[in-house]
Ligand binder design. Sequence first.
Ligand SMILES: [Zn+2]
Ligand SMILES: [Zn+2]
Length: 414
Amino acid sequence: MDEEHDASFKQDEGFVYHAKEIAWSRAMRQNALLVLGSATPDVRTFYAAKSGTLPILYLPKRVSGRDLPPIEMVNTRERQSMSEAVTLLSLKSLNALTETVRAGQQAVVLINRRGYAPHLYCLDCGKTEHCPHCEIALTFHKARGRLVCHYCGYSKPYPSPCSNCGSAAFLPMGEGTERLAEELSTYFGQRVLRLDRDSTVKPGRMESILKSFANQEAQILVGTQMLSKGHHFPKVTLVIAADCDLGLNFPDYRAAERTFQLLIQSAGRAGRGELPGRVFLQTRDVNHYCFHYVLNNDYEGFYQNEIERREKYLYPPFVNLALVRMSYERENEKAPAELKSLGTIMNDIANKQNVKMLGPATSPLSMLRNRYRYQILLKASSWKNIRDTYQIAINKTKIKHMRITLDLDPMNML
Ligand SMILES: [Zn+2]
Ligand SMILES: [Zn+2]
């Protein structure tokens, strides 16, 4: 299994499974060999290797035979260091990009947020437009002329009056791929390619965008994390990660691990040909420990720091973690009492089963598709105790008004 750390191996809707566990179990049954490969292994895989559960083999050199290109941190907290023409980029990053373009080379700019602007502020009442079904801010998609909910797909035309006060004066706030590509195209007076979920809806579009870039039909490619892995563009000498804070501030115990993996992978996109590469990481939090290890391409150092934190705060691999997700329709008046009663009952059982329970708490995405969402975290040294706690509690509560699921080892904490 190559890139074994990749979260997309977990299927968490419908039939829930992790492809790594399936591979593991099939290999056991067939008496086959399973090789887990990665330059930035899953912290738990590496822990298993370090503690002797799995044998480990090192590949000391990168496939290309070259080291990762030099990485520079760019502090975006100081306003005067930011450019005005391309609002998301600092002057330093924009200068590097200008040098690259003038030299006839190529650059990749990453931002993990699609659309034009993630918030649309009403200038009269100060509210932002939200999805009526999800309580999530609607993202402005300029080319489509619509405001879109990225969770349920709801959309409405733009411009249309403010749903709170009826005003028609809006200020788009924040940046997504669409706005960044537009600003760069205006600034450099040339075509800028964009790769994200919106630009690749039609079959074959992704391949054709990547092909255009490989044929050097454009010098700049803007994209989401879809761009971080796999692709080989020998003329790319500059990679800019425009907003590293997005990932670091994710409400997930793996936020630092994911960010470390993503940044190392992204840095590997620069300087794959004859010309040396450069990498710029923009952040408001230059002292975050994650960056220290990214700068030195030091996986083991990162791992050491991360594993100590996991042990201290009791997260995997030091405990088994499960997420109970509950949701109910917003009109359902009986559900809140049921949720409360389930919470009390489950807490009692958890105590008896040696399971640590946190919650019920509102999920980070508190309403989706007209359903309120809540969650409970269960931590224990045995999976059986977690499953028993869940099963006994739902049998006792006799749930009628909620949808409830148990996700063992959740990859998505939203
Ligand atoms: Zn929605
Ligand atoms: Zn308004």
